[in-house]
Design a protein around this ligand. Structure first.
Ligand code: GTP
Ligand code: MG
Length: 217
């Protein structure tokens, strides 16, 4: 609790102690949901290894949204700073990033995960079909999964960003550019267009390599 309070920083509207204790319970629940989904993804990947001698997943990263970022987001979007309102409105408290080798793997993983009987797709944004203005590409889905607690199952949303190694490398660099831009706005003018061009080139290369790979398996 003390740690949580210190993470809160200088928020104007700090939630009271009772709300904070609800949020700690909520966090535990979301973390459990994140583990459920990570395990499912790991199992899918190892099944592929055994059956097809091939791994669609290059690696995965999991993160829980920092409590301070969570409150900042709630405040920015005008939501109440209560556990109930946060649960209802914010879906990326538990997040998993899945980095794949090829473009086909992105949709393969989505299909295999969301067709599991206890996984339900809640939201989907396909930034591969519709890249962002910046050039950003990735598939974002939010799924819900039941977490079995002592009183029974509770559905928890987990946000999953699925992208290739190339798209991930691009997104890290572009993120750095945007972050740096807070202090030096010339940098976006200098590099923004070039990065967008690289995103398109990367897509061409990844599609080409995908074709070769398809012929090899
Ligand atoms: P939020 O409420 O802010 O999450 O808005 P949203 O749900 O509409 O966001 P979106 O689905 O676009 O995904 C947000 C996350 O995707 C960010 O936290 C980044 O990790 C990633 N992202 C989205 N757009 C970009 C981009 O242009 N560049 C990079 N590097 N990452 C992006
Ligand atoms: Mg989001």
């Amino acid at each position: 609790m003390r740690e949580l309070k210190s993470q809160l920083g200088d928020l104007d509207n700090r939630p009271d102690v009772q709300e904070l204790s609800k949020m700690i319970k909520m966090y535990q629940l979301y973390q459990a949901g994140q583990k459920e989904i990570s395990t499912k993804l790991e199992n899918l990947d190892s099944e592929f290894q055994v059956n097809y001698d091939y791994n669609p997943i290059h690696h995965m990263e999991s993160r829980m949204k920092k409590i301070q970022s969570l409150f900042e987001k709630a405040q920015r979007k005008g939501y109440d700073l209560t556990a109930e309102s946060i649960q209802k409105n914010i879906y990326d408290i538990a997040g998993i990033r899945v980095i794949t080798n090829y473009i086909d793997d992105i949709y393969k993983i989505e299909k295999l995960l969301t067709s599991q009987t206890d996984v339900t797709l809640l939201r989907r944004k396909d930034y591969l079909k519709h890249p962002k203005e910046s050039g950003y590409r990735s598939l974002h889905i939010v799924v819900k999964v039941p977490v079995f607690q002592s009183k029974g199952p509770i559905d928890v949303p987990v946000e999953i960003q699925i992208r290739t190694v190339g798209m991930d490398m691009w997104a890290s660099l572009e993120h750095k550019l945007r972050y740096k831009t807070d202090t030096d706005s010339n940098l976006v003018d200098k590099y923004g267009d070039r990065l967008k061009g690289y995103a398109d080139e990367l897509e061409d290369i990844e599609r080409g390599m995908q074709d070769i790979h398809r012929d090899l398996i």
